[in-house]
Design a protein around this ligand. Structure first.
Ligand code: ADE
Length: 424
């Protein structure tokens, strides 16, 4: 094979190609952007390093960037989310340097991130900051000189967790290059987090356990965009939903949305299904496990596997733990079986297919246009965290509506003048 790679089995490429085609058929916005990129070649001569979940939808994004002239290298942003057949097709059919094997250990995962970092990308694409971190830890001076030479243009970051991390890096003066934070884009917060994650997290829980949500008590920890989505979808399936939330504004919103709101300690004794979506660590801890009823299901929707204290759960269970279904491990605590999904890793990608292609069409359209924006502003940006330019958000929403055949009203000159005068 022509490109450098480390994937589980190149012979899986045909199956992967089929799944990529399925996703591509549901991603018309990205397709239209790919057509424009194919003519304008905005990424001619540009190396892009991407650390993303290796899914069919990601493959469509990578093909779009490649159509624009980019030379793309890809590694996984989580060891359990890689679809090995997709990775194979990227190498065999698309000649993209891909480094990802489902279930890879920590050392292999790190070596894959390093493989992408060592290609010295002009643009980085991250889902959880691992590539940005890797580049920073291998010599900020080199990065600074590449930025000064407009050789390293900038990066993008997908997750809310990653955005918080980048802001901390910027505040500490250690961020060396500009990064566009995608999660705060309206299209992202609304479509991807609320509707995409909201659905795919429940999809993961149901696929792993085949549990009935109707009549269940679902405890959602965190009422950010993802938590709101999970709570609304769980309610739609007939569950009664309890929300736990430390932020009083969000807790109040959950109350006014009609959910029961209480502490995790109080919720622990009542829930049948627990979903963490806070972006923080130690959300469900030893004292909570001790309260939970037999058969409680524990799932994490956050980017990192730190929300459920798996170590404490293992300690409480002693050796009494056993796999009971693919992706489900039962820990016996005080005679009760607690069911941990996918080692506490993000359940929507580890137990299911992640967000549906129709949603990733929006998210990855923003991603592709943000990369183009970085090229257009080559050498002009500070080493800081940038929001997604409002025009990109609006453009993607318009394109999506157009592909859905939905027309919206246009403001008349009189209405525009009115807004100018009265400030709408
Ligand atoms: N993040 C959430 N869902 C995803 C998907 N289907 N592909 C890539 N990244 C994702």
């Amino acid at each position: 094979l022509a490109v450098d790679h480390d994937v589980a089995d190149p012979a899986l490429a045909t199956a992967g190609a089929g799944r990529i085609a399925w996703a591509a058929a549901r991603m018309p916005v990205l397709r239209s952007i790919g057509q424009r990129f194919g003519e304008a070649k905005p990424f001619a001569g540009i190396r892009i390093g991407a650390c993303l979940h290796v899914t069919p939808e990601t493959a469509v994004l990578i093909a779009t960037l490649a159509a624009g002239g980019a030379e793309v290298a890809l590694c996984a942003s989580n060891p359990l989310s890689t679809k090995d057949d997709v990775a194979a097709s990227l190498v065999v059919d698309h000649e993209v340097a891909t480094f990802a094997r489902r279930g890879e250990g920590v050392a292999v995962y790190a070596s894959h991130v390093q493989a992408v970092a060592s290609r010295e990308p002009h643009i980085t694409i991250d889902d959880g900051c691992d590539l940005i971190e890797r580049l920073h830890s291998s010599g900020p001076e080199r990065l600074r000189s590449r930025v000064a030479a407009a050789d390293l243009l900038g990066g993008t970051e997908d997750t809310t967790t990653g955005a918080a991390h980048l802001r901390a890096m910027a505040a500490a003066g250690v961020l060396t290059y500009p990064v566009v934070s995608l999660s705060e884009a309206t299209t992202r917060a609304m479509a991807d987090n609320r509707y995409g994650t909201g659905q795919s997290v429940l999809d993961g829980i149901v696929r792993a356990t085949n549990t009935l949500l109707a009549g269940a008590k679902v405890v959602v920890a965190g009422y950010g965009n993802c938590g709101r989505g999970v709570a609304a979808r769980a309610r739609g399936m007939g569950a009664s939903v309890i929300v736990t939330e430390a932020n009083p504004l969000r807790a109040l919103e959950a109350v006014l949305d009609g959910y029961e709101v209480m502490t995790m300690r109080a919720a622990a004794a009542r829930g049948n299904v627990f979903v963490t979506a806070t972006g923080n660590r130690d959300v469900i801890t030893a004292a909570d496990f001790a309260e939970m009823p037999d058969g409680a299901i524990l799932a994490n929707a956050g980017h990192f596997d730190v929300e459920i204290d798996v170590k404490a759960l293992a300690e409480l269970a002693g050796g009494r733990r056993r796999p009971v279904r693919p992706g489900v491990e039962e820990f016996t605590v005080g005679g009760r079986g607690l069911l941990l999904l996918c080692e506490g890793r993000l359940v929507n990608l580890a137990a299911a297919d992640g967000n549906p292609a129709q949603v990733m069409d929006i998210s990855f359209a923003v991603q592709a246009l943000a990369c183009e924006w970085l090229v257009r502003h080559r050498g002009e940006l500070e080493p800081a965290v940038y929001g997604v330019p409002a025009e990109i958000d609006g453009q993607v929403a318009s394109l999506k509506l157009a592909t859905m055949g939905i027309e919206v009203d246009e403001l008349s000159p009189g209405q525009l003048a009115y807004l100018k005068t009265f400030g709408g």
